[in-house]
Design a binder for this molecule. Structure first.
Ligand code: GLY
Ligand code: MN
Ligand code: MN
Length: 452
């Protein structure tokens, strides 16, 4: 397939075509949240830059995800959206007069026609443009300086937040288009990272090859890249980036994403340097992951799928000669949890671990993860157009495996098999999928095919 160029800009015509419906949906969701809160206006604050203690430097700005859901402006501090039912949403766009730092450009792109935009140059002018009757406002955003509440007393009321978070679990067509682009951007980075691994480069250099291919500075990545050679793959969130390659290369695990207009991908791949037994185990994990993905459809209970994944991984570990026993015994004795200690996946969107994964309803009732599986972040039944990750993994984590000694699990572990796996760290295969009525769209596999 011919390499395709992707338009990640705010001139992308497809995004421009889908955006008005997205805004319509957001208006409806906010109408509902306001009604439930007995308020007339929602003020959505983009956020305030944070300054380092005893310093004049600022941490990289991370916008309020609620603000980002309205406008693709990832770097616009101290600005507000104002939503009033029945009116065109307002954007109070803060453009400081500042010659020390670069400032945002004038508003431009496919999104501008949907807002009544007021460009202001001081925080006082932001306040002056908000609805006068602050009693009738709710504010949605992080307020760590009283002045940024602009005199609004009702900040992040659960009567509104729960409705908005529950709704965000299901993506609009515009959001899905952004997520598809984010997957493609990430797939390009993964291909560059694999090539750098094949050249024998260090974790740091592989990371740099990835960032160049996705055209992200470190701060723009949706999360810190996990670039793990050899046994580092067993550290679930390994982010050290060793500057030199190891003397002996065995394996490579990379968990890295990219973003488009604030929407993230979250992709993991594992590779063997040359060991054929480890290559076969990776292939076996790809087919196990494919089996799990094939079970995704609207109506599926994700907690049950997480438990079923333990049975599927039990069979993989048995076939690899690392454990012995039937899947249910390996699950109940905690053997599979020692090798697969994290959740099967999570909702994905503006936040990599997107909100709403535990919510049974818009009132905010929480569905706990299954007992013994505290790290599962998605317990809600799957619905059409949810986007989520499917990321089974197996690792040699001594801290967890040592806990099996002296228990009923000990004799189910082939400790020589563990010795064999340890220098390779582990394997994780993570795709991003969109739920459909009778299956799913695999954004990640489609992306790798598209950029091949
Ligand atoms: N990259 C973090 C995760 O997979 O959840
Ligand atoms: Mn990941
Ligand atoms: Mn993930």
């Amino acid at each position: 397939m011919q390499a395709m160029s992707d338009d990640y800009s705010d001139r992308n015509p497809e995004l421009g075509r889908l955006y008005p419906d997205h805004i319509k949906t957001l208006c409806e969701r906010h109408d509902h949240a306001l009604e439930n809160s007995g308020a007339a206006h929602a003020v959505i604050f983009s956020g305030c830059p944070k300054t380092v203690f005893l310093d004049d430097q600022q941490y990289p700005f991370k916008p309020n995800a609620h603000f980002l859901s309205w406008v693709p402006l990832v770097n616009l501090p101290l600005s507000c959206i104002v939503h009033t039912p029945g009116e065109t949403p307002q954007l109070i766009y803060y453009l400081p007069h500042d010659y020390w730092h670069s400032v945002p450009g004038q508003p431009g792109g496919y999104w501008t026609g949907l807002f009544d935009i007021k460009v202001v140059h001081s925080p006082d002018d932001v306040a002056a443009n908000l609805p006068e009757d602050r009693e009738k406002c709710i504010l949605i955003g992080e307020i760590d300086d009283e002045s940024h509440a602009f005199g609004i007393e009702r900040v992040n009321p659960t009567s509104a937040i729960n409705i908005l978070h529950y709704a965000r679990g299901v993506k609009t067509q515009y959001e899905i288009a952004c997520l598809r682009l984010a997957s493609r951007r990430g797939a390009r980075g993964h291909n560059a990272a694999e090539a750098a691994f094949r050249e024998g480069r260090s974790e740091f250099d592989i990371h740099r090859a990835y960032c160049k291919a996705v055209s992200h500075a470190d701060n723009e990545l949706p999360y810190s890249n996990i670039v793990a050679l050899n046994s580092h793959g067993a550290v679930l969130h390994y982010t050290n980036l060793e500057r030199e390659p190891p003397d002996t290369l065995r394996s490579f695990l990379i968990d890295a994403g990219a973003q488009v207009h604030g929407y993230a991908s979250d992709i993991t791949r594992s590779y063997s340097w040359s060991d054929s037994r480890f290559s076969e185990l990776i292939e076996r994990m790809h087919s196990a992951q494919g089996d799990i993905v094939s079970r995704i459809r609207a109506g599926v209970n994700y907690s049950e799928l997480h438990i079923e994944t333990h049975r599927i991984l039990a069979a993989v570990l048995v076939d690899a000669g690392i454990v012995s026993g039937d899947p249910d015994t390996l699950l109940s004795t905690g053997v599979t949890s020692a090798f697969f200690p994290h959740g099967l996946g999570h909702l994905l969107g503006i936040q990599v671990h997107d909100v709403g994964g535990f919510m049974e309803n818009e009132a905010g009732t929480i569905i706990d993860p299954p007992s013994g599986h505290p790290f599962l972040r998605l317990t809600r039944d799957l619905e059409e157009n949810m986007v989520l990750t499917v990321e089974p993994g197996i690792y040699a984590i001594d801290m967890l495996l040592d806990n099996l000694r002296g228990t009923a699990a000990e004799n189910h572990v082939n400790w020589q098999g563990v010795e064999w796996l340890r220098p390779f760290g582990g394997i994780r295969i993570e795709d991003n999928v969109r739920v459909t009525a009778d299956g799913c769209e695999n954004l990640t596999r489609d992306a790798f095919t598209a950029v091949a």
